[in-house]
Design a protein around this ligand. Sequence first.
Ligand SMILES: [Zn+2]
Length: 671
Amino acid sequence: MNRKAYTSEDFAWVNWTPEIIKQKINEAIEAKKVCYAVIKAIAPSERTFTNTVFAIESSEYEHIDAIAQVEFLMHVSPLAEVRDTAQEMVDVLQKAIVDIEYDPDMYRAMQEYAAKDDLLVGADKELFDDMMRTYKRMGFVLEPEKQQTLKDNLKEIAELATGFEKAIADHQDHIVVRKEELRGLPEAYINGLKQDEEGNYIVTLAYPDYIPFSERCDSAPRRKELIDKFNRRGGPANIERLKRILELRTENAMVLGYPNHAAFKLEDRMAKTVEMVTEFYKDLQKIVTNPAKLDLQLLAEMKKKELGDSSARLAYYDIGYYIQRDKMQGYAVDDEVTREYFPLERVLDTMFDLYASVLGLQFVRENFPAWHESVLWYRVDNANGSLVGYFSLDLFPREGKYGHAMMHPHVQGRRASRELDAPYVTPTCGVVANFNPSSGTTPSLLSHNEVQTLFHEFGHAMHSLVTTAVHMSQAGTNTARDFVEAPSQMFEYWVWEREILKKMSKHYVTSEPLPDELIDRMIRSKNHAQGYSILRQLFLGSLDMTFHTATEPIDPVAVYADLYKQMFELEPAQDQLWPAGFGHLMHYDAGYYGYLWSEVYAADMFARFRTEGVMSPTIGMEYRKKILEVGSSRDEMESVKDFLGRMPNHKAFLADMGLASHDEKGGEASE
Ligand SMILES: [Zn+2]
């Protein structure tokens, strides 16, 4: 299927004004209403897959790109009025969509079509099954009052969730420290901090300030002060929002006949049931609890020794700090030193070469309009020169910009119409990150962790662009929620391969690649405190599961504190409001387990590259075809089995974490 090349006009959306944004969203809402009215008006005898199932699937095709673009601008526009209007209109849209989609007549239309008992196969069958299940999950089998309850609750949840996320994004706080209190932090970091009139330094909660400070500042009281502020992000209002959201979610799940919200959410994931997740967690927790305890004991010993006080206890604000210290003593990998080997430009060049050769692609700079002067556009072609798609890079922090790293589509791939020879809509997407910009004579330098983040987000971008799925809802990263990270997590393994590290690194002053012994230490330090870090993942996932399997109102702050004590055997922060800043609860609800879940699959898939060549274009093309291109046009488990040629298991994952040898037999991760 041919893909159309874009010109500057196709990127006019980057300059949309608040007025245009309002108009676009209102048009999208109107168009969807019209589309649904047409579908409903069809006589039962006239129903076909195309005029019913595909018509519903494609009811937004004409406006979906505008919607994605408005959502994207909400995160990245440098203009506050654009971000605010986008936010406001996304709210309006979400509410309107709930109204439009909660239409029993649409379910009736689907039932009329279902009664025809057409023989469907492949992507069409997946689409039909998904849609029927979705309508059932929307409550159309229920009596009208119960349907109304569901609908009202969902609207309220959407509103609360937007408020929750905004409260985190807008939350600003800082501490003021004297120069001597910054001991332990590198000069470059200190020079990058803002200063007040008295020459004191201002450390904010923004990640580039917060993370190095919480891990490296020698002053425990100041660390505690900043971490305590961080642990209150979102504020008390978010705790109230969260409580209400949990209540509403539980009510909805029960109305639909599920025991709790998690059971409802997991039904259409790869995991399918709460029991599967519980088993998966139990298995892993059994293996990592002891290594995690040893990690924490070691940190506690360090603190005692350092303070010369055998009664000193490890505290929550010490963990990151001593992990970093231990790493530097034991493996002496200083993120700030490795950073000097990763100038952004070099990293990008190497990353492009790698993805290009393994996935059979080429990347070419383009000069399309952008929302900010620092943004770069690229075209992606197949090795034979045919077009694949486009992506943008927006890599430096700005006020009001999305604070983490992400990939966000602007145009999602799909076949333009039901005609078999219809053109394929060329996908475009954006990679967003917040790296240190260049300053003076120093280029933008990435920590190794940031390199990994970039590979991850870029992996999502490739997943999004190489798609060949005919239905948009099955294209690119539109996969089961607990699988969507796996393809990207697999690409992260590349940044741990010696050969690749050698190619990618170039000291910004000496031009030397990373020395071998430094690579050795990096690889060893990767598995450093891995027991603790997996336990932390299990903790966050368990917190999420506890919130979403509760059937009675709960106090999220107390649940956090209790679980923290239980799993880490440590006291949590006194006045924490930690759950108020746990943004994942909004859209990854009952889904946090997915990170580890998908890592297990990622490790298993990378094991094939490890055996047959980490940069093998043969395996790369197979990966592209069997995992990336198909998206969710077939069951994800089928795709994984197809690529692996066997059932998946967690052997490779545990071995990669240094918690088992590569030959040791592990249990089955999942059936
Ligand atoms: Zn991701």
